[in-house]
Structure formats: C-alpha cells, structure tokens
Design a protein around this ligand. Structure first.
Ligand code: COA
Ligand code: AMP
Length: 632
C-alpha cells in the first residue's frame, strides 16, 4: 500500500486501522473496545485489553525461539567497553532485578525513579519495573539534584535506582551524592535507593536506605510478568512546559506498544533481527521509545551508546559504531551531525569506515537545517530523514514513512503527517489556514494510540495546556505551515520552551532561577540561534536600584546558580545587564521582540510597546557583549 492510501485509511476509519495494528501484538487479553473516552471525553485506546510491555520486549521473543539473538549492545567509548547481551541474558537479569524490587516492597501501582547514565542497567531497570507493573520515571542524568527533587516530589517513588557514576567525555560524575542531595531537598522520601557500583572510583556515600544493585539481582528469584490493563501507566516522563514546573507526561501501555511496533516497521522500515541505533539518552523520550521499547518490541538489536558524537575520542565514533555493529537504521539529533561536521568538515573519518550496512539516517529533536542535511547527503548518500515528534506524542507525527513509501525529500520540511495524525494548521481564531500560511500546528482528535494519556497528578493542566486553546484539537506548542503537497514545515515553538542541543528546556524555569539572585530586579531569558546547539539561552537582567555588582561577577553567579539548580545541560553562559526590558503598556515583557533583536531578524515594532527607544538600547548592549547575532 502507498503512503496516501494508508494515511487516508487511518484518518477515515481509525478504529479499523488500529484494530489491525493491535492484532500484531500478543495481548494477554485482546481488547474488544478499540476507542473510548475518559471522563472528560479524551480518547482512550484498547481500554479493556491487558498485556505486559516487558513480556513483549523479551519473553515473547525467547518463547518464539530467539533467546540467543543479540538484544542489546553496550558500546562505551568512555570506558572502552563493548558488551553484547542476548535476549536470554537480558531477560534473566531483568527478571531477577524485578524479583529484587518486589522484595523491596514494590508492586503494581507504585512508582520508581531511575537516575542512571547510559549503561545497560538503565534499560534493565526500566524493563524490570514494566515487568511488575511499576510505573517508572527516568530522570536524565544531566539534571541537578534540585530538578531530581521536583520529580521525586511529584511522582513519589518508593524506590530510586541509580549508579555510582556517569562519565562526561573525560569527567567522572558521581551520581550517588546527587541522589542523596535530591532526597534531602525533596519532601517525599523514597524507602530505598538501589545503587549499581560501576567501580570507576566515584565516591559512594553510604546511607541507611542504600541497597546494592548486584547483591539485589544475584540474591533474587526471577519474577514473572504481571498482566496490566492497556491504560496502565508504563511510565511518567517529565518535560519542560511554559511554567517553572516540569510536567509529567503519562504514557499508557497498550496503545504505546502497538504504536511503537507499527512505527518500527512502517516509519523506520526496520525488520526484526536488524540492528537499530538511536544515539540519544534513556532520559529523553527518544531513549524510551527507540533505545528501549521500540527496538526490543520489534525484536531488533538495540545499541546503548555511552559517549558523544565528538571527543569520545573524536568525530569518527558514530561511523565506527555503525560499521562495527552493522547498524541498518540510525537516529540522532541534527546538533550531533553539526558537531561532527564542525570537527570533520570534509568527512575524512567517514571514508575510513564501511557504512554499506546503513540504509537510512533519521534526524529529530529539533529542526534540521538544510546545510546539515545537505552535508550529510554529500558524505553519506543514503536517505537522511528529518521527522517531527515530541515527548507528548511518544512516536513520530510527521515523517517520511520509509517502511511504506519513500517520498521525495523537501529540505526544511519534516515530511508528511504520519498515519493516525490528522495534522492541521490553524490561525489565532481557530480557522484552518491555506497552504503556506504559517500558524499553530495542531492535531485533530482522536490522537492515535501511544500518545500522552495525561499529566501526572494534574489533569487540569493537561486539558488547559493541550486541549483548550482549540477545542477538538491537540495543541502541539509548535508553529509551522503546510505546502500544497501536504509537506509540513515546523518553524519553532510558539511558547517559552527552547531546544538546546536537542534538549528541551523551559526559559520560564530559568527566569525563576535568575530572578532569585539577590541583585536581580527583573529578567528575561530567551532562546537565541546558535550554530552548533540550534538554540542557547540568553539572560537579560535588570539589576536592583543602587546594587553595585560588576557585570562579570553577576554573570558568573547567575550561570552558577542555573547550573546548580537545573544542571550543566541548561548551557546558560550569556548574561547581559540592561537598564530596562521592552514591555507592553500593560507591563508584559516582549520576549518575541527580544528574540528577534538578538537573532538579528526583521520585525515589526509592536503597537503595544511602552517605549520604542528601548529597542536601540538593547541592541547596543548585545553588540557590546557580542551575543546572539552580534557574535561577530
Ligand atoms: N550528565 C552530566 N552532565 C551532562 C550530561 C549528563 N548526562 N549531559 C550533558 N551534560 C553536561 C555536559 O558535560 C556539558 O557540561 P559543561 O558545560 O560543563 O561542558 C553541558 O551539560 C552541556 O552539554 P551538551 O549540551 O551535551 O553540550 P556538549 O558541548 O557537551 O556537547 C553535543 C554538544 C552537540 C555534542 C551534544 O549536545 C550532543 O551529542 N547532542 C545530541 C543530543 C541528543 O541526542 N538529544 C536527544 C534528542 S534526539
Ligand atoms: P521533546 O519533547 O524534547 O522531544 O521536544 C519536542 C520539541 O522539539 C517539539 O515540540 C519541537 O519544537 C522540537 N522538534 C522535535 N523534532 C523536530 C523536528 N524534526 N523539526 C522541528 N522541531 C522539532
């Protein structure tokens, strides 16, 4: 079937379409009700089905005779390790860890936080939770204790699973003291902390709540998979919103499993048995969907890569991994390709490896700029596919569906709507816009299976954030347009969320932290264009009247504060002092105007501006500080 025919089927008769996809899944109880609704009318999929995601990712393949196939390859240039695990081996460790978690009192309905670097045990911990119906919440290792504490207080884990350390290029980061600090900061106190000692020399302060990972695994019996209902929350994954508080995106089990299996075959075009590599982190949605669940559900070999595209040890790492493990399909963020391109502009390293195994390169996490796409295609002449999705969707919404039909690529566009997603561009008043008119990217309800179920503990925020702005539609938070051929171009966020090196961050959260500095009267944090990371944050600060603080000292202290509260991953380096901020007459900071000034874009002066003279003042300060488009 061609793309258009499949897509039309999915939109015209979603129930029949997703009934067929559900038949590809081995349910414990096959769902009879395909599409229903929650108390507020929000669509639910496969409500009366029951299954287990860990069973489908591991046990099923073993039962089918593939126990000795390689499930996972751990490739860690930072520890110079390559280790392969068969499905039998993964299942054995996961089932015993699950048994160990049961012995710590965990059971279906409880939550567990996982705070780990990119090591196989991070995926084992996720699968062990899924095995016994415990909802996991993985927190990215680059987040500081304060961020971890916010998540602990929100999802109230009974247990935290962590490791002694992570490695950032050549820097050992001791995780255990960070976990202890987070527990101290949090109001909710987990009962146990399971610690994997990586024996890399990191300090592991002992606390009464500590349990040794190895002892727990080796001292426990294998636990069986428990049957959970389709709408059972497999995980909560926190992501940045437009306020200082991250939102816990809740993922169901049945819809997710069905959608991931569909996406592996129809979007990524991967057949069972092939090697699939998503070079991301289990702390992000890409890691959940395409390092852990997607490839394992589809019986692929997945790669857990502990390293960076550059400096571990150099810009050849990605090509080595692809050639060595015979990767068929790969997924990374454009920022990673930009980093490689910067170090190896002529693709000298690429020529040193046999990449004939690589069929398709997928890119997502941020807009893929045309220069990056073209550089890739010049050096590796295979389809390089930009595709668009979010933590909320859990799987791609716009893509070139490589397992269905390879459509011509239009650089700058992430492709056409994926089956199940009725993507529409609306104007401010909710009217559908004409081709090439830029507006809000929304999706007509019902969303397909596998997308967000709710926000953990905050259904009101869920409805207010996604469903109220345009009734009957899911509001993505992104702007964009569709051309006359149905290709969609994402132009960027329309809210205060920014995307730094493929990491989604909230400027509102950074503003709260910057404003807490004792010398700051008010501030605005905006995302400005950056050649490598796509965007980076810039803080514009007005100091308190009479406050005598040198600019360099203020900058140093503000940067330190943000690193301590959010983590180094926030990448805030530029702090400039202005006399005042541009505001509307009613006192609202004109952030969009600030972004345009900093990015050197043309803009119309808003009619509501309080005082136009301020535009020149801000420009002068940015020029002097050499930030944004004034970098020189
Ligand atoms: N634990 C601790 N610290 C971390 C971390 C982690 N897991 N991840 C990042 N950091 C730190 C980095 O060490 C760095 O610290 P520094 O400011 O002291 O140097 C800071 O956070 C910023 O990290 P990052 O944004 O990753 O920048 P970088 O300069 O180290 O690397 C890239 C730049 C482009 C190579 C890197 O960002 C990258 O590989 N990006 C791809 C992202 C991705 O895959 N995203 C998933 C979506 S598909
Ligand atoms: P996250 O939830 O971290 O995956 O971030 C999702 C956001 O990243 C989206 O709302 C977009 O703003 C941006 N994004 C992800 N993929 C793309 C893409 N292919 N093109 C443009 N923006 C993207």
């Amino acid at each position: 079937m061609k793309y258009q025919e499949l897509y039309d089927l999915s939109i015209q008769n979603p129930e029949a379409f997703w009934a067929e996809q559900a038949n590809q899944v081995d349910w414990f109880t096959q769902p009879q009700t395909l599409l229903s609704a929650d108390a507020h009318g929000y669509p639910l999929w496969y409500k009366d089905g029951s299954l287990n995601a860990c069973y489908l990712a591991l046990d099923k393949h073993i039962n089918d005779g593939y126990g000795d196939a390689v499930a996972l390859i751990y490739d860690s240039p930072v520890t110079q390790t390559v280790k392969k695990y068969t499905y039998n081996e993964v299942k054995s460790e996961v089932a015993r860890l699950a048994g160990g978690l049961i012995s710590l009192g965990l059971k279906k309905g409880h939550t567990a936080v996982i705070y780990m670097p990119m090591i196989p045990q991070a995926t084992f911990a996720m699968l062990a939770c899924a095995r016994i119906g415990v909802t996991h919440s993985v927190v990215f290792g680059g987040f500081a204790p304060h961020e971890l504490a916010i998540r602990i207080d929100d999802c109230k884990p009974r247990v935290i699973i962590t490791a002694s350390s992570g490695i950032e290029i050549d820097r050992l980061i001791a995780y255990k003291p960070l976990v202890d600090e987070a527990i101290e900061l949090a109001e909710h106190k987990p009962k146990k902390v399971v610690v994997l000692n990586r024996k890399l020399g990191a300090r592991i302060p002992f606390k009464k709540y500590d349990v040794d990972y190895d002892a727990l695994v080796y001292g426990s019996e294998e636990a069986d998979c428990v049957s959970v209902e389709s709408t059972h929350p497999l995980y909560v994954l926190y992501t940045s919103g437009t306020t200082g508080k991250p939102k816990g995106i809740v993922r169901d089990t049945g819809g997710y499993v069905t959608a991931l299996k569909f996406s592996m075959q129809k979007i990524y075009g991967v057949q069972p048995g092939e090697v699939f590599w998503a070079a991301s982190d289990v702390g992000w949605v890409v890691g959940h969907s395409y390092i852990v669940y997607g490839p394992l559900l589809n019986r692929n070999t997945t790669i857990v890569f502990e390293g960076k595209p550059i400096k571990t040890p150099d810009a050849s790492t990605f090509w080595r991994v692809i050639a060595e493990h015979r990767v068929s399909v790969m997924f990374t963020a454009p920022t990673a390709i930009r980093a490689i391109k910067k170090e190896d502009p002529n693709g000298v390293f690429i020529k040193q490896y046999d990449l004939s195994c690589l069929r398709t390169q997928f890119l997502a996490g941020e807009r893929c700029d045309v220069a990056t796409l073209e550089w890739y295609r010049e050096h590796i002449p295979i389809p390089a596919i930009d595709h668009w999705w979010q933590t909320e969707s859990g799987w791609p919404m716009i893509a070139n569906m490589m397992g269905v039909e390879y459509l011509p690529i239009k650089p700058g566009s992430s492709g056409k709507a994926v089956s199940g997603y009725n993507i529409v561009i609306l104007g401010e008043n909710g009217q559908e816009l004409d081709p090439n008119e830029e507006g809000y990217v929304v999706i007509k309800l019902p969303l397909p299976p596998g997308t967000l179920l709710d926000i953990w503990n905050d259904n009101e925020r869920f409805r207010a954030g996604y469903l109220t702005k345009f009734p009957g539609y899911y509001f993505s938070g992104d702007g964009g347009y569709k051309d006359e051929d149905g290709y969609i171009y994402i132009t960027g966020r329309v809210d205060d969320v920014i995307n730094v090196a493929g990491h989604r961050l909230s400027t509102a959260e950074m503003e709260e932290i910057v404003a807490s500095h004792h010398s700051v009267a008010e501030c605005a944090v905006i995302g400005v264009n950056d050649e490598l990371k796509g965007q980076i944050p810039l803080a514009l600060v007005v100091t308190k009247f009479g406050e005598e603080i040198e600019h360099f000292q203020l900058q140093h202290e503000v940067v330190k504060l943000v690193r301590e509260q959010i983590g180094a991953v926030a990448s805030l380096r530029d702090v400039v002092v202005v006399n005042r901020l541009p505001k509307t007459r009613s006192g609202k900071i004109l952030r969009k105007l600030l972004r345009s000034i900093a990015d050197g874009e043309n803009f119309q002066i808003p009619s509501t501006i309080d005082d136009e003279a301020i535009i020149g003042e801000v420009r002068e300060v940015l020029e002097l500080a050499k930030v944004g488009s004034y970098k020189g």
